[in-house]
Design a protein. Structure first.
Ligand code: KIV
Length: 274
């Protein structure tokens, strides 16, 4: 049964698994595989749409992919990302969240940022929108952070992540993603806030973990962050299958008898005769 936001808050201290899904088949496989929470991340821009960052992803893109994921996993708790600049003001955030929840079927939105986005989170929560926060490495503003690199090694960035998580809890988030921060910092944040933390590249002491589907199954060849564990090499398996298909078409081995349809001899004769 689909958890409520209250159930999710109650999962503090329990380990749970979240995975990204951007389409019908992946969401269905993830749900069938027992994933607790699905995220239609704006990482869709990089792993599916071929952009070199998440910046170009639009609300329309997110609505399109969230709808597809929802069709694949009707019973899952589905979180959808608010893409870059779609939450620059409370009004824009409300409009984008309205589309993601009413049109596309998301159960919650996620947005990146710490103390600076607290007023937006407050406005969303006041309007009844469940919000998941995201601090540490925030890919939408990676450039300002010096690239896709570990956050929180020094006091200033560690404080920013910690204070951000505390501010997001105060603003009403039901949980906070901690991305690419040292494990001891993630542990401290997890101890300091009463809502669940969901780590990615943040060590094993977060309440939940999240991974990008294409990283987990080996289907994104751009780059693989060191914190990713590949559970299978689906990309290599798919490439090998495609190569065999192409070779069999060229050799005439495909389609064979088993993939062809028969018809009655007399019908064939009449057609030929006619
Ligand atoms: O967009 C995304 O997939 C994310 C996860 C990496 C947490 O934000």
């Amino acid at each position: 049964m689909k958890p409520t936001v209250l159930d999710l808050r109650g999962r503090k201290g329990q380990r749970f698994a979240m995975l990204t899904a951007y389409d019908f088949p992946t969401a269905r496989l993830a749900a069938e595989g027992g994933i607790d929470l699905l995220l239609v991340g704006d990482s869709v821009g990089m792993v599916v749409l071929g952009y070199d960052s998440t910046t170009p992803v639009t609300v329309d893109d997110m609505v399109h992919h969230t709808k597809a994921a929802r069709r694949g996993a009707p019973e899952a708790f589905l979180v959808a990302d608010l893409p870059f600049l779609s939450f620059a003001t409370p009004e824009r955030a409300l409009a984008a969240s309205e589309r993601l929840m009413k049109e596309a079927g998301a159960d919650s939105v996620k947005l990146e940022g710490g103390e600076e986005v607290a007023p937006v989170v407050e406005a969303l929560v006041r309007a009844g929108v469940p919000v998941l926060g995201h601090v540490g490495l925030t890919p939408q503003t990676a450039s300002a952070l010096g690239g896709y690199k570990l956050q929180g090694k020094d006091e200033a960035t560690a404080r920013r992540a910690l204070d951000g998580a505390v501010a997001l809890e105060k603003a009403g988030c039901w949980g906070v993603v901690l991305e690419l921060v040292p494990a001891p910092l993630a542990r401290l944040v997890t101890e300091k806030i009463a809502i669940p933390t969901i780590g990615i590249g943040a060590g094993g002491d977060c309440d939940g973990q999240v991974l990008v589907f294409h990283d987990l199954v080996g289907m994104f060849s751009g780059f693989t962050p060191t914190f990713v564990k590949r559970y299978t090499e689906a990309g290599a398996a798919i490439k090998a299958a495609i190569a065999r298909y192409a070779a069999e078409v060229r050799s005439g081995a495909f389609p064979g008898e088993g993939q062809s349809f028969r018809m009655k001899e007399d019908v064939l004769r009449r057609i030929y005769g006619g």
